[in-house]
Design a binder for this molecule. Structure first.
Ligand SMILES: N[C@@H](CCC(=O)N[C@@H](CS)C(=O)NCC(=O)O)C(=O)O
Length: 280
């Protein structure tokens, strides 16, 4: 279900989503989703979580997690090509002027809590629900290792690969930089070899259970073609990409706001906002 609610704050538009369907879907996955509820999140939710979002891989991590966890949420679209991320109200929630961010109205002590940085949001939501986080300390360490691998490695490197392979050559004037292109293409290739090796031994990145680490990595890894990579020599990564893509919650989370995604290669105004000097 999806309905429009009044705009509040800086976003273009808000939408409320019911994750009831998500809760149903994930119930069928209890064999492998590590649904321990060992850290129950306190009182039941009284209001939906607000998701500050734009349809990019970092945003999709959180829409997918909310869908997987069956948490009700409403969406505040942060149009990063139009500069919404620099607005004062948003900076109070996300001082690094990046989305995603959330506000959970039912925070740990009953008061609202804002959270920015997608890795921190995933860990918060996993603690809140007790899901997708590992049953034992060993499992939790594995989840954190691969979550940090995404946050410190794949995300930044694939982001730079997108920049130098796709966006910079399309700018006016073009910045076609062979060294930068090779540097990030090669580093992403190395990371995918590491991922493929890991998935040769394990069904999911942290072991035999689906976790927030898979949720963090998948939205970036699905962009392998744009990053000028091949899966011909990475059968285990290919198997995993397809397996995650088939999860109904992933389909819904990845589709959120897809109709708003512009073509940054042709959008000079968005390029100026994202790649020029930030507006004051
Ligand atoms: N480390 C941050 C990165 C978030 C990030 O880079 N978000 C991008 C979109 S994918 C953004 O908001 N960009 C706005 C800008 O560059 O001004 C996280 O994982 O949350």
């Amino acid at each position: 279900m999806r309905l429009t609610v009044p705009v509040h704050g800086f976003g273009v538009e808000s939408s409320a989503r019911s994750a009831e369907a998500g809760a149903k879907d994930t119930d069928t996955d209890t064999d492998n989703d590590n649904d321990t509820r060992e850290m129950p999140g306190g009182p039941p939710m009284t209001k939906p979580i607000t998701l500050y979002y734009w349809p990019t891989p970092n945003g999709q991590k959180i829409s997918i997690a909310l869908e997987e966890m069956g948490l009700a949420y409403e969406v505040e679209y942060v149009n990063i090509g139009a500069g919404d991320q620099f607005k004062a109200d948003f900076l109070k929630i996300s001082p690094n002027n990046r989305m995603p961010a959330i506000i959970d109205p039912d925070g740990p002590d009953g008061a609202p809590i804002p959270v920015f940085e997608s890795g921190a949001i995933l860990q918060y939501l996993a603690r809140k629900t007790g899901r997708f986080t590992g049953k034992s300390e060993r499992q939790r360490v594995a989840v954190e290792e691969w979550l940090m691998w995404q946050m410190g490695g794949l995300g930044p490197m694939a982001g730079q690969a997108h920049h130098f392979l796709v966006y910079a050559p399309a700018m006016d004037p073009p910045h076609d930089l062979p060294y930068a292109k090779a540097r990030y293409r090669n580093e992403v290739a190395r990371l995918y070899r590491v991922l493929n090796d890991r998935l040769a031994e394990n069904e999911f990145v942290a072991g035999d259970f689906y976790s927030i680490a898979d949720i963090a990595i998948w939205p970036w890894a699905k962009g392998w073609k744009r990053q000028e990579q091949t899966l011909d020599d990475k059968p285990h990564m290919k198997r995993w990409l397809e397996q995650i893509a088939a999860r109904p919650a992933v389909v819904r989370g990845a589709a959120l706001g897809a109709e708003r995604r512009g073509n940054l290669q042709d959008d000079r105004k968005a390029q100026a906002v994202l790649f020029g000097k930030p507006p004051k």
